[in-house]
Design a protein around this ligand. Structure first.
Ligand code: OFO
Length: 178
């Protein structure tokens, strides 16, 4: 039987995954406003992916007889001073989410929740990629410095991201993420 503490913590995590989605949607708008349509495309894929993350928790809570409570979302940030600041912000946000996932694993262990642990391990693993992608983008932007041509090339490359998962509301979407 899943504990109330675990349910509450998962409901909190659903909110944070949806806030990630909302934050990255803000970045989509920001990148379009700077004519960086490739980065905007990359972030559109990410908005989709974060919604899938939220739904994976959502369905876990429901399938274990819990009640999903959708909490108020916070607008985390509206604009950035530069593309570099945006990507550094995305990396910092992913580090924050990783810490939250690790905390959920700690709670699962305290509560002897052996069913939640494998699902949370999937997220811990997923966070390696989430951190690495955003960190790498920030480092590459740093690498090109003030070169408009370099930024343009990076933008073109980020526009090639392919995202195959279907609707985030279809449970089949989680299996297509990896
Ligand atoms: Fe859901 O991993 Fe990013 O935030």
């Amino acid at each position: 039987m899943i504990s109330k503490k675990m349910f509450d913590s998962m409901n909190e995590q659903i909110k944070m995954e949806l806030e990630s989605s909302y934050l990255y949607l803000s970045m989509v708008a920001y990148f379009h406003s700077r004519n960086l349509d490739g980065m905007a495309h990359w972030m559109r894929c990410q908005v989709h992916e974060e919604t899938i993350h939220a739904m994976k928790f959502f369905d876990h809570v429901i399938s274990r007889g819990g009640e999903v409570v959708l909490l108020d979302l916070k607008q985390l940030k509206l604009t950035w001073k530069s593309p570099l600041e945006a990507w550094k912000g995305a990396y910092a946000h992913e580090q924050f989410i990783t810490a939250k996932i690790h905390n959920l694993i700690r709670i699962a262990r305290e509560e002897n929740d052996y069913t939640a642990e494998p699902m949370l391990a999937w997220f811990a693993n997923e966070q390696i990629e989430e951190e690495s992608n955003t960190d790498k983008a920030a480092r590459q932007i740093e690498m090109v410095g003030d070169s408009k041509q370099g930024l343009f090339m990076l933008d073109r490359e980020m526009g090639t991201r392919i995202f195959v998962a279907g609707s985030p509301f279809d449970p089949a979407a989680y299996n297509l993420l990896k």
